[in-house]
Each structure stands twice: as C-alpha cells, then as structure tokens.
Design a protein around this ligand. Structure first.
Ligand code: ZN
Length: 298
C-alpha cells in the first residue's frame, strides 16, 4: 500500500490485471497532491517486475533494482516542467515502444501531466493508443481531463484517483504532526501537498495567506501579501482557494447569488491574469480584486 487512501484503487487495478482485463492505455485523473505519480510509479515497476504479486513489485528482482536505480531500459517517463509536451516527445515514445524489451518483455511509458500535450502531440499519441503492441503499456496522469481531446479519453481505461474518506487523509496528515490549522480540512483531497509544504517549511506562509484571505475586505495595505504571492504561482492559487471558500460560506450565510457570482468571477480573472500575464502589476491587481470583493460583500 502506497498511501492509505489509494488502497481501493490499487485493489481494483490488481483485480483487473489478474483477470486479464488490464488495458494497455491507462489514464489516471486526480488533483495535485493526491498521489497519482506514486501510484503510476508503482504500477510501472510492477509491470516490469519479474515476480510481482497483485500489481505490486517484489522489490528484489533485477528489474526492481534497475527501477530503484532509475535506469530500467524498459521504462520511459515523459515529464514536463514547462508549458507543453511536444510532438517530438511523443515520437520518442513510439520509437521506444517499437524497440524490443530488455527484461521481462513488458515495456512501460509514463506520461505525467498529459493534458500539456500539444494537439500534434496528442494526435501522435493516438496512433500508439490505437495500434497497441502486445506487452506495451502507456500510463498517463492528468489533473485536467477537460483539456484532453475526447479521442484520447475514449481510448484509455480511466481511473479517478481521489480520497474517498476525508478521515483517512486527516489521520494521515495528523501523523505528520502538522499544527491544527483551520484550513487543513480544505486539503483532504491533497494530503501530499500538505506534506510537501511541511517539508519545504511553507506551512506558516500558507497560514499567513489564509489570514490575508480572511482580512482582505478590511485591508488596505497589501504589500506583504503581494510579496508572498509574487514568489510562487502556487500561492496565488491557494490564496484564491481560501477566498473562494469564504465566498461559499457567505453564500450559505445569505449573500445574494449575483454578488457571489461576480465575486467568483473577479477571483477567476485574478487567477487567470496572475498565471498568464508576464510582468503583471500584481499590487494593482490585488487592490482591484480587494475592491471588487468588497463591493460584493457590501
Ligand atoms: Zn521485482
């Protein structure tokens, strides 16, 4: 078991594999921090392992040792830190698939964040998906299926990776000894994100963002806030998540729907501008956001 909330998914995949129904193209969708990569890593290693049981690698065979050293010749991982996965990346995938296998005859390709494929790349991948060779497996992860062409979606077995029971995630987070921040429960679908913040000593900063979101409607001086969010685009998203959550609470407490809608639009615009406009005047964007939210709160 990788993470306690993934055990159901692991069991389902193992059952389909043991029954000979494991599809050659597998797509895993889930939020950032839910454990898709760890899951796919385990699957890839199990498919390559010489004595795996229930799709879990043995950890001791030659294949497993190669995987531990990240030098397995039959595994190919496409990963992008940039904006897109191009057609050349996918051509390397099909070249790799056509080579013969070095170890137990299976070959596995992992494409993380596959929604970042360009149209040309997606079309190139389609060919590999449509004409599968035996013992070739394609494991795709995404957090944005809506950005994927329907042709890719329809040719893959689809697995939703999520936390089914919030308590399982909260218990797991609790054993990390994270302070009991009021916002932790908003991340029960992303327990690994919380773990990463702890590891990177970011929890205090996230908590500060939460406080800024709570006080935005009274605040006038946003320089500290701007300073924090300008350092990392992820912080903009987290800050806006906090604001959005507050708006939902306001709606429940009786805010009229038009004001709610216009405030949410202001938020969406802010996220879009912050993530897409290079050299955006962030202090101005933040005060404009605060102004528009204040008008909605009335
Ligand atoms: Zn093994």
């Amino acid at each position: 078991m990788i993470y306690p909330w993934l055990s159901n998914v692991e069991q389902q995949l193992a059952a389909s594999f043991n029954a000979g129904r494991f599809h050659h193209g597998q797509l895993f969708n889930g939020q950032q921090g839910v454990g898709k990569r760890a899951l796919v890593e385990q699957l890839a290693n199990a498919l390559l392992c010489l004595s795996a049981t229930n799709l879990v690698p043995c950890g001791h065979c030659k294949s497993c040792h190669l995987n531990q050293a990240v030098t397995h010749p039959d595994k190919y991982v496409v990963q992008t830190d940039g904006q897109s996965i191009g057609v050349d990346d996918i051509r390397s995938v099909s070249d790799f698939m056509h080579q013969s296998a070095a170890q137990n005859a299976n070959k596995v390709v992992v494409i993380n964040d596959c929604h970042k494929m360009t149209t040309a790349a997606a079309n190139a991948l389609l060919k590999t998906l449509e004409e599968p060779s035996p013992q070739r497996f394609l494991l795709l992860t995404t957090s944005a299926t809506t950005q994927l062409p329907a042709t890719i979606l329809s040719r893959c077995a689809f697995t939703q990776v999520k936390v089914n029971d919030d308590n399982v995630a909260m218990n797991w987070i609790a054993q990390l000894h994270v302070p009991a921040y009021p916002w932790l429960k908003m991340f029960t679908q992303q327990p690994l994100l919380v773990a990463r913040w702890q590891q990177d000593e970011q929890l205090e900063v996230i908590d500060q963002l939460y406080k800024f979101a709570t006080e935005l409607k009274q605040g006038h001086n946003f320089s500290v806030l701007v300073d924090i969010i300008s350092k990392d685009i992820e912080r903009v998203r987290v800050f806006c998540l906090f604001l959005s959550e507050q708006l939902k609470q306001q709606l429940i407490a009786g805010m009229d729907f038009d004001s709610y809608q216009s405030a949410q639009n202001a938020l969406a615009e802010f996220v879009q501008n912050s993530t897409q406009i290079l050299g955006l005047n962030l202090p101005l964007a933040v005060s404009r956001l605060a102004y528009r939210l204040r008008k909605s709160y009335k």
